[in-house]
Design a protein around this ligand. Sequence first.
Ligand SMILES: C[S@@+](CC[C@H](N)C(=O)[O-])C[C@H]1O[C@@H](n2cnc3c(N)ncnc32)[C@H](O)[C@@H]1O
Length: 273
Amino acid sequence: MNSQYAGEIESERFQANIYIDTYYNRLLAYEGYKNEVVQLMEDAGVVKKDSILDVGCGTGWFLSLLKRQGWIELNGLDISPDMLVIAREMNPSATFYETPIQEISDLPGEGYDVITCLGTLHHMSDIKMVAEKLFFLLKPGGKLIVHEPNEDWFYERSRLWRTIMKLFYAPLRIKNHFRIKALREPWKEVPPSPHHKDIHVDELAATLQHAGFRLVQTEYKNTLTRVLEGMLFRNSVFDRQLYRFICAMDRLFLDKLAGKRGGAAILYLQRPE
Ligand SMILES: C[S@@+](CC[C@H](N)C(=O)[O-])C[C@H]1O[C@@H](n2cnc3c(N)ncnc32)[C@H](O)[C@@H]1O
């Protein structure tokens, strides 16, 4: 394997053992993000017998969610052997591939009905090549669903808004001070992921279209949820209520108001027949 991936593999080696505990056991937001993807899959007509490949599947948490909801033909691909140890334990009946997506050259069978890339492309180099591989791996007519943080998010772009938001969530931060500190502690050891960056959504859409995909829909989401994603905990009744409230605010008003400056984007594309 090309040594350009060594930094990512090393970073994921540190992340593997703390990933599920941080994102799925303690925090609230990440399960919510995954449920949004399931909703989009259902709206897009993905049926339970469709074959799914989760690219950058990490610990396989999303595949296990799909399994619980009745999907059967589940596959995961990831560059990290350490992440895949956990993914295999969580999903004994799924098939896994340990490779950078950029180095895929064989097509399993006729390809997949659906590919998901969730919080993954923003860790990858050479998105143009990744787009070509995703196209190659899908059956004609197959669906690609991508969920990524938006580089143009208003919170990142405007210092004024960031200051206003920080004042707004200061009481929550104070309330959860010790929980946040404990959550962050093990992450101090993690070497940074070398290609990590937020995604410029229009550029990503253009790259995927250039590879041959048809863009069906782009939804900007989680405008405020993303501000609070690392501060809301599962084991607090108050946090759970607040989380439901901010999700509703995002859905009803804020996502529309923010438009292309929402916190994250879900893209749904299709490989033409
Ligand atoms: C932020 S994690 C997201 C994991 C999972 N999708 C989730 O949402 O819980 C990014 C994942 O992408 C994987 N990854 C990074 N670069 C990759 C590449 N070139 N090919 C395949 N997987 C890659 C990492 O190993 C890591 O598991």
